[in-house]
Design a protein around this ligand. Structure first.
Ligand code: MN
Length: 284
């Protein structure tokens, strides 16, 4: 099935960081031609409000909800038409909007350098991209989506490629993670073998699945152009081995790619590398 590229240029800091220019950077680097994807246009997911909402602890709470509703509407429209969306962030704050369009029994393959499991209180930044996995599994803040309760079943979520918590704040984050979520940190994933892990997940069920790739899962030696680089990540070849069977799974509804920060990529070399990798893993 052909992919449909849709831009969701949401930067949940509200400060206009390079994540919101990533969809344009990836298009300039030749994403559509390299993947043979159709052009699904841009979702109005821009956010220009750096104010932290005292109630929810979330930056730009109303703007995040509005962007989420727009993302859910567009992704839902494509899925209803039998298309397979490739959603380009922006940062991980696009995830709740996407999950709002998925059947509740969808499996989530969440590849990320961080668990994204803060809430409005424990997050130091207040950015929605600190809390997306927490939000979609019903651990809040609900203000990010406007609904209480989970969008997906935590027992069907696989958190892959994150690094161990080192600082006090990230230890508090790790302690919040719903115990029903399957966790495979980067070191353990390398031990088991990224290719075998991807193949086992892809073939491990027959229900619908969504693949979410935060590019900070990749080691900063290979991809430094992210806002919150985290050492000891997957090298590019490991990431390709993991993601290829997932991206080619027949039951995959779609994929999201987040967190390329084009401010950190002035000559576009990292955008071009991301396009090469996507072309490789999405090749039919
Ligand atoms: Mn993330």
């Amino acid at each position: 099935m052909r992919w449909v590229v849709v831009d969701a240029p949401l930067d949940s800091s509200g400060r206009g960081r390079g994540e919101q220019r990533a969809p344009a950077a990836l298009r300039d680097a030749g994403l559509l031609a390299a993947t043979g994807a159709d052009d699904g246009g841009e979702i109005d997911a821009w956010m220009r409000d750096p104010t932290r909402d005292p109630e929810s602890g979330l930056i730009g709470a109303a703007a995040v909800r509005r962007a989420g509703a727009a993302i859910a509407a567009r992704v839902g429209e494509l899925l209803a038409a039998g298309r397979r969306p490739l959603v380009l962030g922006g940062d991980c704050a696009i995830l709740p909007g996407i999950c709002g369009a998925l059947p509740p029994a969808t499996e989530l393959w969440f590849v990320d350098g961080h668990p994204d499991f803060y809430d409005g209180v424990t997050s130091e930044t207040g950015e929605g991209a600190d809390m997306d996995l927490s939000v979609v599994t019903g651990h809040g803040p609900a203000a990010a989506v406007g609904v209480d309760g989970p969008l997906l079943d935590p027992a069907r979520v696989h958190l892959l490629g994150h690094r161990p918590a080192t600082e006090e704040s990230s230890r508090r984050e790790a302690a919040r993670i719903d115990p029903r979520i399957h966790q495979l940190p980067a070191a353990e994933l390398r031990r088991r073998g990224p290719g075998a892990t991807g193949a086992a997940l892809a073939g491990g069920g027959d229900g619908p699945a969504w693949l979410h790739l935060d590019l900070d899962a990749v080691d900063p030696r290979d991809l430094p152009a992210v806002t919150y680089p985290e050492p000891d990540g997957l090298r590019w070849p490991d990431l390709v081995d993991l993601v290829t069977p997932l991206a080619r799974a027949g039951r995959l509804l779609g994929m999201s790619v987040t967190d390329l920060n084009s401010d950190e990529d002035p000559d576009g070399r990292h955008a071009r590398r991301v396009v090469e990798v996507l072309a490789e893993v999405l090749a039919p």
